[in-house]
Write a protein that binds this ligand. Sequence first.
Ligand code: FBP
Length: 267
Amino acid sequence: MTSAKRFNGNLMDQFLKNGRSIILAYDQGLEHGPSVDFDNRNVDPSFIVEIASKGGFSGLALQKGVAERYYDGKVPLIVKVNGKSNLVKGEPVSRQTCSVEYAVSLGAKAVGYTIYLGSEHEAEMFAEFGKIQEEAHERGIAAITWVYPRGAAIANDTSKEIVACAARTALELGADAAKIKYTGDTQSFSWAVRSAGKTKVFMSGGPKAPTNDAFLIQVRGAIDAGATGVAVGRNVWQHAEPMKMADLLRQVVFENLQIPAMSKPAA
Ligand code: FBP
């Protein structure tokens, strides 16, 4: 089989509407610990699963334990197949926690894998993702990588150069989509999008922004730079009105709404 035949550019299609996408991420309980991000409302995975469907999200990213117990089949599922806590210090490494086969059995239409680019352990994650990507494609599902520059070698994880490097890493490792941090402006982020080639780019959210606009300006900037969409968590499910934020996100990503037209105080 030729490499051109091996590449199936359609694996992300079920996460797209007119080429755009909004993915809801909910793996922070493992990554950060429940006391950091959760309150009485959003500690319950059912709350997030409902936001995903009622809020019109294009995809939902969960670790396998949450997917097993709470996923309702309404929104295309991404199962994160690696993870780590933030308790261990030093150079970050995140190892595989779920097989591709098991993710598929849970209903996954894609697997998600975090790579800490620049970590002393990046080679382990490259190798592990390499196998996962091949197996995902053999099983006909997409392989998405969260590429986060991290570790002592990384001075600035949102510089134009390092974010483009993250995007390019995803392309070269065969990811169908890359979840990367925003550089801060459209022009510099467009270099990351260019660097990703046929790998689709999703902007990562980060901690909840102080105002709606502060967050949506980033989303607008990423979309204007050519990103496919966003893969965000806290800015939605920590919002006082998650449905309102979901609605704003849909308008910006799918309807090209400009931010000044919807300036509102933070909830
Ligand atoms: P947020 O939008 O809440 O930042 O979620 C995106 C995400 O990539 C999660 O999938 C993941 O758990 C978390 O951010 C990782 O955060 P950190 O950058 O602190 O490792």
